[in-house]
Ligand binder design. Structure first.
Ligand SMILES: *Cc1c(COP(=O)(O)O)cnc(C)c1O
Length: 436
């Protein structure tokens, strides 16, 4: 099959045997061995999407892949993605520290975000972060001041809002966009002038934009490239500064359910490469920052089914031992998922149920109206495509321990994030003496 990895619902290694297998491991055994909820990452799927990005853009040549680590940032995942030739787009000192401690080349790290604090900037410089994406006037001044104190010159990109906004199918283009991120196009001349004349410790290398997430529409990338290239050429004409780097952000969509039809990485590569050639006479360095499309499909979450409730003449709710704290996306943005019963993977699907979480919120529903084999307490539910924005958005709501994460490959499973303990939960608490 020549389906792109991000065009699949399930990990590449998903197999139907007596149970659902992933990475050669029986998912029911994984649930028994490590407990549930359990995040599972399939190494084959992760490496294969990374290779699709590298391969797809090979023809263009001058390309740098940066994984947007906010989608899922752990030490082992960072290590794997770096070994496939990726750098990292980071948005906090916590993400920077994670990749630094994982031994990643810090020159390949970009620090991005609309309100980097002074402490974060100082530490990022200490750890040797290669690029800053400067988001606003305040940050440019602050970064220059800190760089001057440390006697450093910092390579920067300017984050701008190109007037394109897209969320899945919708895509709008306007002159101006109401966004908290980046410089409006009308503010570019002022910031470039300041960098050139006042901020001597900043070295402007290029421009940066990110137009949305879970994007299905390739035309938005075509238009983004056009706007960014024209802006670079305008900066050259007006300010006589030659910029080389163009960072087009991330955003490629994934297939959560049968209703989602994201384009493949190779189609994205064709669009970007062709529009670069169309609008630019020169070969620039292109940066891409995929997050979701890199990690989503390789992740699944295993849960154990417990209680259920048949509303008289209504829905049947089936509750699992996790929910909105390990996957906030359904309750935050009505995100949809699909799932199987891992231990009943060969049984006919003939019962419509709603999968409820265990948290004390009526909105804690993971999947509405899914048809599954008849469920019972003790069944293992496998929810697909949970690699991105699940663990990275997880909380301890209701004081529940965050789940463990295992990496599977070739029938081997390894813990890459251990399950939180009850003592972890109270480890930051303290009781003032006067209460004793
Ligand atoms: C979130 C983000 C990304 C990654 O977006 P995905 O939709 O996960 O690919 C890339 N770049 C920037 C600047 C971001 O904020």
């Amino acid at each position: 099959m020549d389906t792109g990895t991000n065009q699949r619902i399930k990990p590449i290694t998903a197999e139907t045997k007596e149970h659902l297998f992933i990475g050669g491991c029986d998912t029911v055994d994984l649930a028994n061995k490590y407990g549930t909820p359990l995040y599972v990452i399939d190494e084959v799927t992760l490496r294969s999407i990374c290779r699709e990005y590298i391969e797809g853009f090979k023809e263009y040549g001058n390309i740098k892949m940066m994984y947007a680590s906010k989608a899922l940032c752990t030490s082992a995942v960072s290590k794997i993605i770096a070994s496939e030739g990726f750098g990292f787009d980071t948005v906090s000192i916590g993400e920077i520290y994670t990749v630094y401690k994982a031994g990643i080349d810090m020159n390949s790290v970009l620090f991005n975000g609309n309100n980097k604090t002074q402490r974060e900037i100082e530490l990022a410089l200490k750890y040797g972060v290669g690029r800053f994406s400067v988001d606003n006037f305040y940050e440019a001044e602050l970064l220059n001041k800190i760089a001057l104190e440390k006697n450093k010159t910092v390579d920067i990109l300017l984050r701008l809002t190109p007037g394109i906004e897209c969320h899945t199918h919708d895509y709008i283009q306007t002159g101006q966009i109401d966004s908290k991120f980046g410089f409006d196009l009308s503010q570019i001349d002022e910031i470039v002038y300041l960098i050139k004349n006042s901020y001597k410790n900043l070295k402007l290398r290029g421009i940066h934009a990110h137009i949305g997430s879970q994007i299905f529409e390739l035309k938005s990338y075509h238009d983004e490239v056009e706007i960014l290239i024209k802006e670079m050429e305008r900066i050259k004409t007006v300010h006589n500064i030659d910029l080389d780097e163009i960072n087009i952000g991330g955003g490629l969509g994934v297939k959560y359910t049968e209703n989602d039809n994201p384009p493949s990485v190779s189609d994205l590569a064709k669009t970007v490469t062709e529009s670069m050639k169309k609008y630019s006479g020169e070969i620039h360095t292109i940066y891409l920052e995929p997050g979701r499309s890199i990690i989503s499909t390789s992740g699944v979450t295993l849960y154990t089914i417990g209680s259920s409730k048949q509303v008289p003449n209504g829905r049947k709710y089936v509750a699992v031992d996790g929910g909105m704290a390990d996957n906030p996306r359904p309750s935050m943005y009505q995100a949809e998922y699909t799932a199987d019963i891992a231990n009943k993977i060969n049984e006919p699907k003939n019962e419509k149920v709603t999968i409820a979480g265990r948290y004390c919120e009526s909105g804690d529903i993971l999947i509405n109206d899914i048809v599954l084999p008849k469920t019972e307490a003790g069944d293992v539910l496998c929810v697909y495509n949970t690699g991105a924005y699940n663990y990275s958005m997880a909380s301890n709501y209701n004081r529940v321990e965050k789940p463990a994460m295992v990496l599977v490959n070739n029938s081997i499973s390894d813990i890459i994030v251990s399950r939180e303990s009850l003592d972890d939960l109270i480890s930051h608490d303290s009781i003032p003496d006067r209460l004793e």
